[in-house]
Design a protein around this ligand. Structure first.
Ligand code: AHR
Length: 636
């Protein structure tokens, strides 16, 4: 019997393990003639804690990039649903469909729309059609539409016709390959006023596939206008306007502690009027004008501020809310002073929307939208990467935001996005995008940083190797860097990898090397994703004293301890092409002869199974203090 002291969880997932096995084979082969590295001895003094591990060390960073929401997490299946995307190439992702001898044309009508926010629509001018020769439009979705058997999809659209004679409109989900409808619904005749219509359709015994599209047709000549055409599969927790379950589950498995939102560059926009203007992203979808994102596509704003906050809530984590602070990517800025006040007021309103109770003005708006309870927010980030602002206005902008936010919300911690000379921010957001080798060389980056300065939020970081998602080399760079962050987690309060998502279809990616890839149907995690899962799952609560003796190239480690669970987490990263022998000496486990199991801690001392590698005819083994062990050896 051994005490929990020797618990040895395998810090490799199946996927990483298979990679590691492959690397081990390559290492053994190429290792011919290569000097084998000397043993590294790790000395760990468990009874000498150096500092606590930040409880919110690992989190998520998100923005609309690489079709992260539209065509990604946000489960909407209709692409260009509000017809904002059109130009020389016509109306993007929509096509005319004339069946039989019907004839029709389509165009954007800038004089017709269902709301003040959506002032134009798709006009379908049907010259000739009848019940069997129907005419209309099809939408191709985000690189297809994923349909599964026996599944209900919720559709809706705004529509009007120039005459009641046009009659009903039919919605079909059509398989691209067979041309057959796999689900259909016909609604009552169209009105001559804009009206929203909703419908559900259920598939039968079909094969799961993303090669499907939506077809909307009428069987009578006349003009029809449509807008905000929507189709949703079942969503995570069945939320209206909700998220893809597979991606939510992948994030849950990362054990994140916070979600930084809504950007990144997406917060700032290229121009000031393309910023994330949160007030335009709440309420009914028909009242959201949508906006251009700096990643060169129109954002549907289906993922608005409330949906962002609910995303954090569904993952049971805090929101790190970034507020627009008067600087946009192409260089426009607002000087501190009176001109900045409206932007500051927007930020204060935004914080109230997220955190105020229902008696406050914006808390009441949130309650009216269906969420009376305030959200958990502790950190507010003032802008994004404001070191890009060469005007030098950030000092003043941060100070103005700081004063006003702290006056109303003294409990909030305020994050600066660039170093400041005139004041010490609560937290400073540092970003690192590097190659693996650069991270290997920089793991000690924070070891000697002044502890009297601001706390650090590594708000964006990644090893940029591999595309569209990262490879094993990148995962090693990431893991090495994380050992440094854990060692310095007295200073580093939070860290979030970026970017989180990429749609892997051609044209889906604007930024190479991402954590999670997907298409309309499925998703997968990169090796970096699994490195994150491991580090976050085995976080620990304190960093004990430790040291390493021996010269090893590209070998990194981190040791943390979870005193509550009685567990020690030793993360070992070998980024060299040969196996690295390691000897581990742990002292001060705090096992005493008086220790025992109790009714409230019944498993403090129980048998723990572990596998010892490298056992041969002759091997050395150290039996820990106060332990009872049985070694089972294979000897045929
Ligand atoms: O993560 C991609 C981009 O990198 C972010 O939008 C920006 O903050 C950084 O420059």
């Amino acid at each position: 019997m051994a005490s929990r002291y020797f618990t040895n969880e395998t810090l490799t997932t199946r996927q990483v393990l298979s990679k590691m096995v492959l690397l081990a084979i390559a290492g053994a082969y190429s290792g011919v003639g290569i000097a084998q590295p000397a043993t590294v001895t790790l000395n760990i003094q468990l009874d000498k804690p150096v500092h606590a591990v930040s409880p919110r060390l690992y989190g998520l960073m998100t923005e609309e990039i690489n079709y992260s929401y539209d065509g990604g997490l946000h489960a909407e299946m209709v692409r260009n649903r509000t017809l904002q995307d059109h130009g020389f190439g016509g109306v993007a992702h929509w096509n005319i469909e004339h069946l039989g001898n019907s004839t029709a044309s389509i165009a954007i009508d800038r004089t017709e729309g269902p709301s003040a926010a959506l002032q134009h629509s798709l006009e379908i001018d049907v010259k000739q059609a009848d019940a069997t020769n129907r005419a209309g439009v099809r939408n191709e979705g985000y690189w297809g539409m994923a349909l599964r058997p026996n599944t209900t999809y919720k559709g809706s659209l705004y529509a009007k016709a120039d005459s009641a004679d046009v009659g009903p409109m039919t919605a079909d989900l059509i398989n691209d390959n067979t041309g057959k409808s796999v689900a259909t619904a016909t609604r009552p005749g169209l009105s001559t006023e804009w009206k929203q219509d909703e419908v559900t359709v259920t598939t039968g015994k079909i094969e799961t596939s993303a090669q499907n599209h939506l077809l909307l047709t009428v069987g009578h000549a006349g003009k029809v206008w449509i807008d905000l055409v929507s189709l949703f599969p079942p969503t995570y927790k069945n939320r209206e306007n909700g998220n893809r379950p597979d991606l939510m589950e992948m994030m849950t498995a990362m054990h994140p502690k916070f979600l930084r939102l809504p950007g990144g560059n997406y917060l700032e926009g290229d121009q000031i009027d393309e910023r994330f203007d949160w007030k335009n992203t709440i309420g009914p979808l028909v009242d959201r004008p949508t906006h251009r994102s700096p990643w060169n596509y129109q954002s549907s704003d289906g993922m608005g501020l409330l949906e962002f906050l609910e995303w954090s809530e569904d993952l049971k984590i805090e929101t790190v809310l970034a507020v627009y602070a008067g600087y946009s990517l192409k260089g426009d800025h607002i000087n501190p002073g009176p001109a900045l006040v409206p932007f500051l007021q927007d930020a204060l309103d935004e914080i109230e929307f997220a955190t105020g109770d229902a008696s406050t003005k914006w808390g009441a708006v949130r309650a009216k939208l269906g969420h009376p309870a305030p959200f958990a927010v502790k950190y507010i980030e003032i802008g994004n990467e404001d070191w890009f602002d060469r005007s030098g206005s950030y000092e003043g902008r941060y100070a103005q935001f700081y004063k006003a936010i702290k006056a109303k919300y003294p409990q909030l911690e305020l994050i600066a996005t660039a170093p400041l000379k005139r004041m010490k921010p609560d937290v400073l957001d540092d970003h690192y995008y590097k190659r693996a080798d650069e991270f290997f060389g920089d793991v000690k980056h924070y070891d000697n940083v002044d502890r009297n300065g601001p706390k650090i939020f590594v708000g964006e970081w990644a090893t940029r190797e591999g595309s569209p998602t990262t490879n094993m080399g990148a995962a090693l760079g990431d893991a090495a860097w994380m050992t440094g962050m854990e060692r310095n987690s007295d200073l580093i309060v939070m860290a979030s990898y970026a970017p989180l998502f990429v749609n892997v279809n051609p044209g889906g990616m604007q930024w190479e090397s991402n954590l999670i890839g997907y298409d309309a149907l499925t998703s997968y995690g990169s090796p970096s994703y699994y490195a994150q899962v491991l580090f976050s799952k085995y976080l620990g609560t304190e960093v004990p004293t430790s040291s390493a003796n021996g010269n090893a190239e590209r070998f990194f480690y981190s040791v943390t301890r979870d005193s509550g669970k009685g567990a020690v987490y030793l993360k070992l990263v070998n980024a060299s092409s040969v196996a690295q022998p390691v000897e581990i000496e742990m002292t001060g486990a705090g096992v005493t002869l008086a220790q025992t199991n109790t009714i409230s801690s019944p498993t403090r001392i129980v048998p723990v199974q572990t596998t010892i590698k490298g056992v041969g005819a002759k091997f050395s083994h150290s039996v820990p203090a106060y332990s009872i062990q049985v070694l089972e050896l294979q000897a045929k």
